[in-house]
Design a protein around this ligand. Structure first.
Ligand code: G6P
Ligand code: MG
Length: 214
């Protein structure tokens, strides 16, 4: 049985991809090219600056900006994104998220966040789930992006739990790979066909068999 649950945030607990999409699309519009929902799939789980690089590549503008200009573009995008997430509330938690957090808490399981987002604390606050987390590791505290296992290892270290005693909930391939690299159980949330790195895949958090793992 596992002593600790590590959660990715975007796409597992909340659906923020739509807001990332709107904010990136506004930037693409401003730069004069099309950015589709399909393009947006490539940005899931990817850090802010790496996402900008992919966006500029889609617009065939990758060589047009200096590092300082890119920082400015990313920060403009983030301002727009933050304006969207400021309006979020608990109704935007994904199916089963609140129930699972509650159930784990009841069982005395330690809970940590392992997210690439620098906005993670704001999102946890707006959706009212901050108090469920015994440790938070986010884009402000990691230097190596998933699939590097740093984000999950740091979470387990903060809780003083061995890596092998941790189960990770993730919706991205890179995140599942990170969990495996840390020798943790990798639970995929989404479509089994897309999540080949997972030890097991569930469509959403509502379907998790809590007794089986905790
Ligand atoms: C998560 C999301 C990505 C996002 C990244 C950084 O991994 O899935 O789409 O780019 O966090 O988010 P941030 O809020 O720091 O820009
Ligand atoms: Mg995710």
């Amino acid at each position: 049985k596992y002593q600790c649950a590590l959660f990715d945030l975007d796409g597992v607990l909340v659906d923020t991809a739509k807001y990332h999409y709107l904010a990136w699309k506004e930037l693409a519009d401003q730069l004069g090219f099309d950015f589709t929902l399909q393009h947006n799939e490539r940005l899931k789980g990817v850090s802010r600056m790496a996402s900008l690089d992919i966006l500029l590549e889609i617009g065939q503008m990758q060589d047009r900006f200096t590092e300082a200009e890119k920082e400015k573009l990313a920060s403009e995008k983030n301002d727009r994104y933050v304006a969207y997430i400021h309006k979020m509330d608990a109704s935007e938690l994904l199916d089963g998220a609140l129930e699972l957090l509650h159930e784990l808490r009841q069982r005395g399981i330690q809970i940590a966040l392992g997210s690439a987002s620098k906005n993670a604390p704001l999102i946890l606050d707006r959706t009212g789930i901050s108090s469920y987390f015994d440790a938070i590791v986010d884009g402000n505290s990691v230097s190596k992006a998933k699939p590097d296992p740093e984000v999950f290892k740091l979470g387990a270290d903060k809780l003083n739990v061995p890596y092998r005693a941790c189960a990770v909930f993730e919706d991205s391939q890179a995140g599942l790979e990170a969990a495996k690299a840390a020798e943790m159980l990798a639970i995929g949330i989404g479509e089994a066909g897309n999540l080949t790195q997972a030890d097991i895949v569930y469509r959403n958090l509502k379907e998790i068999e809590v007794d089986k793992y905790f």
